[in-house]
Design a protein. Structure first.
Length: 304
């Protein structure tokens, strides 16, 4: 599970979450996108699902479905927007209601089998983030930090990094959004926001900067029209900028799978595999499985 977060509003968490989810789905993964932004659930618009309304079914609440990622499986979207009569309805809830909804968001929507769930977090390090961290305790979850380059955004965004480190939530890496503008006339690049040394700040915290996303009209257009830019213009500059982030997420998932498989093979799972084999080959099979478990562990460590 990947929590896309920042302590700062307006830095593009929803845009990053939507395009990350599409990129993973395009890789053939089974992906769910959980919209945890209770007061501003935007993913219904990002995926052209404004008219979608969830209905109760025996397997859970029906999610929205986006089939435009180009992968083998459609992307499933869960959002409070699907439970509202209309998009203009404000959500005026105290923390107890938020706590309950987040449990329903993860547990009551019919996500089906997933390889990765991307969670679009609201700004802040308050109730929503604490609730999800409590809910995901012991599960394979990581954070993706998002910030814009200027000092005021970094000051707030990096507080989320501190939260993750103190909470023990692994950080996959960071995304610098609105990192530059390309002039449509001359093709030169300039920075709309002053760079306050975001890369240096991340390095001091031991966090990798995975992607620098340019400020381009295509990103906003994709959000408004309901087709994220990674799906709408997969060969464009904006989609290309997301590739290192998507690749890092795929590699982290592969490493986690190999690590889990190695642990299973070296423990009770290995005994189950060799149980019932003839005595003369059971020992040899067990030795081969031990070697394979060790190889998978080495691969997992290398991917990390």
């Amino acid at each position: 599970m990947l929590l896309v977060l920042s302590n700062k509003g307006g830095v593009g968490k929803s845009t990053v979450a939507a395009n990350l989810a599409v990129g993973l789905a395009a890789q053939g993964q089974r992906v769910g996108l959980a919209d945890a932004d209770i007061h501003g659930p935007n993913q219904s618009r990002f995926f052209g699902l404004l008219e979608t309304r969830s209905r109760p079914a025996p397997s859970g609440l029906t999610p929205g479905v986006f089939g435009g990622a180009g992968g083998a499986f459609p992307l499933r979207v869960g959002s409070l927007a699907f439970l509202l009569a209309e998009d203009s309805v404000p959500i005026v809830w105290r923390d107890a209601y938020k706590h309950d909804f987040l449990h329903h968001l993860i547990g009551s929507f019919d996500w089906g089998p997933l390889d990765t769930m991307v969670v679009d977090m609201p700004p802040g390090t308050g109730n929503e983030l604490i609730t999800l961290c409590d809910l995901l305790e012991g599960y394979n979850a990581s954070a993706v930090l998002v910030s814009t380059p200027q000092a005021v955004a970094q000051m707030d965004s990096l507080k989320a990094a501190r939260f993750c480190q103190e909470r023990g939530l692994p950080i996959l890496g960071a995304v610098e959004n609105m990192a530059g503008v390309t002039c449509p006339q001359c093709g030169g690049e300039f920075h709309l926001f002053p760079d306050a040394g975001f890369g240096d700040a991340l390095e001091a915290l031991g966090i990798a900067r995975l992607a620098r996303i340019p400020l381009v009209p295509e990103l906003a257009l994709g959000s408004d029209t309901g087709v994220p830019v990674v799906a709408a213009q997969p060969d464009g500059a904006a989609a290309h900028a997301f590739r290192p982030l998507i690749r890092a997420a795929v590699e982290a998932a592969r490493a986690a799978f190999q690590e889990g498989l190695a642990a299973e093979m070296s423990g009770l799972g290995m005994r189950a595999l060799v149980d019932g084999l003839p005595v003369d080959i059971a020992g040899e099979a067990a030795a081969l499985l031990v070697d394979e478990a060790a190889r998978l562990s080495r691969l997992a460590r290398a991917d990390r």
